[in-house]
Each structure stands twice: as structure tokens, then as C-alpha cells.
Write a protein of this length. Structure first.
Length: 285
């Protein structure tokens, strides 16, 4: 039986190369880790050792099935992050809670499934010329649309919103110019401690870590302070990533708090793989 199973999806059956850095670091500690696809019926999770959710990048396509899988695994093995964190964090309405608890987030409007909406009037009421429409359960840029202020852009946005709302809740946020100029900052936490940061590009495609335009960056003190505030709101997380942008006043605000399957960008910060391996080793020693 392996010490660890790194959980992935069938698009990356051998793991993201970034996660294999952690596998190699564990091997130096005399610990072995193997990959397994989360919805592979042949996997015996009771013999998988400690299970670490990593690149399960299709979970949003079967959200209910993924949550049920997490509960089943946790009944027979240790699972990180634990199911209660996965359940909470896999629906982006968690942003409402962290905002109530004092986190500065990107201004967000929430639309209920089945709710009719006139996108043009909706954006006009809020003074948002450009906006972003997202499903509340989603990953990367799937079904994420930038709303452009032209008549054609608004028509496409209306059709897109109608399509999403037929099936699930939707969130709408203003598009912030800083995303294009300054970029998005992804601050990685390992075992509750801030580790390192990466700069992400706007509307970054789903790709293995380091191949979608990310670059290493030194986070600013105000970014680290906000990220620590948010990371401290959740207890018992092995890993997490706080994604920040800057508002029109230049202040850091939260766009995502990733606790399910975030890329940790280990390759962009050489000590991070060792740090992650140390955190994993503590789980079984």
C-alpha cells in the first residue's frame, strides 16, 4: 500500500508535472506516492494510504458525484483537504461568507438558477461597463465570459447568462483593469503558512502548472496580509491558494480562495516542493 495517493483526473493520469516534484521530494524522505483518477471505479481507496486531492480538474462536470466520492474516500482513508472543506469551497458562494467575516472581495452579484435577468439593465444599474459572468460551480475559464459593452457583446452575454441560469446559480463581477496591467497574484499556503506567489494572466486557460503564462513573483506586504487574513478563516487545510487582484484604488481584493485542487506552482519556487513534502510527512508520522 502506498504512503500517499495523489488524486487526479483522466486528463492527467500521471499527474501534473508540478505535483510530481512533490512525489520526488517524498521519495527522498523514504515515502512513496502514486497517482489515481478520482472517478476510476477500479481504485480501492481503502488501500490508497493518505489521499491528497490534486489535479481533479473535471470535478465541476459532476459536482454531486465528486462530493459523494470525497465522502466515500474519507470514510475509509485520510483525505486532504477534508470533505467539509471541499464541499464548502467548491461552490463560489463561499465568497459571501469570507466577505461577511471581513475579507475584501471583488464586488459580486449573485443570480439564482431559473431567475430571469436583463443583462443590459443589470449592468447599467451597477455601473459596470465590462463584467465577467461565471458559474458558481466552475473551474478555470470553463463557461466564464467577458461581457463587452457593444450591442453584440451584450447579446452574447444575455444568451450565455440564460444558458447558465437554466442549470445553476451564476455570479457576475465587474472586470477590473488591473487584471490586464498588474495581473492576478496567486499566494500559496502550505500547512497554514504562506509559502510563495505567482503572477497569473487574465482568463488563464486550464493547463499544467507553469504552462499557462504564470511567472514567479514576490508578493507585496499588503497582499500577504490580506491573503493571511483569508487563509486563517479555514482550519485544517493542508494547502490553499489565495488569488488576489487590485481594485480601482489599488488595494488588494480576493477573487478566489482555492482549497480543492489548486495548482501550487511548486516549480516556480524551488523550496516549495520540499515544504509540501514536509507537510505531507507530518500527516503520517
Amino acid at each position: 500500500m502506498p504512503d500517499f495517493t495523489f488524486v487526479t483526473y483522466d486528463g492527467l493520469p500521471d499527474l501534473d508535472p508540478d505535483d510530481r516534484l512533490a512525489v520526488d521530494a517524498l521519495a527522498k524522505r523514504g515515502l512513496n506516492a502514486v497517482p489515481a483518477v478520482w472517478n476510476d471505479p477500479a481504485v480501492d481507496w481503502s488501500r490508497a494510504g493518505t489521499c491528497i486531492i490534486r489535479s481533479t480538474w473535471d470535478y465541476h462536470l459532476d459536482h454531486a458525484g465528486f462530493l459523494a466520492w470525497a465522502d466515500r474516500v474519507a470514510a475509509v482513508a485520510a483525505l486532504w483537504n477534508p470533505p467539509h472543506i471541499v464541499r464548502w469551497n467548491s461552490n463560489k458562494r463561499y465568497l459571501e461568507e469570507i466577505e461577511r467575516r471581513g475579507a475584501p472581495i471583488v464586488s459580486t452579484a449573485w443570480l439564482r438558477a431559473g431567475q430571469p435577468v436583463d443583462i443590459t439593465a443589470f449592468l447599467h444599474e451597477r455601473g459596470w461597463e465590462r463584467a465577467v459572468i461565471k458559474p458558481v460551480v466552475g473551474l478555470a475559464t470553463r463557461n466564464v465570459m467577458m461581457v463587452e459593452p457593444s450591442a453584440d457583446g451584450l447579446a452574447r452575454a444575455q444568451a450565455h447568462a440564460d444558458m447558465l441560469l437554466a442549470e445553476q446559480d451564476v455570479m457576475v463581477q465587474p472586470f477590473l483593469e488591473s487584471v490586464e496591467r498588474y495581473g492576478e497574484r496567486a499566494l500559496v499556503f502550505i500547512d497554514g503558512e504562506y509559502s510563495h506567489a505567482a503572477r497569473k494572466i487574465a482568463f488563464q486557460p486550464l493547463a499544467v502548472a507553469g504552462e499557462a503564462g504564470e511567472t514567479p513573483v514576490v508578493a507585496e506586504p499588503d497582499e500577504i496580509a490580506v491573503a493571511k487574513l483569508v487563509a486563517g478563516m479555514v482550519e485544517g487545510a493542508l494547502y490553499g491558494r489565495v488569488d488576489l487582484v487590485r481594485d480601482e484604488a489599488g488595494k488588494p481584493i480576493i477573487i478566489e480562495f482555492e482549497l480543492v485542487e489548486p495548482s501550487l506552482f511548486l516549480s516556480l519556487h524551488p523550496p516549495a516542493a520540499e515544504r509540501f513534502a514536509d507537510a505531507l510527512a507530518k500527516l503520517i508520522r
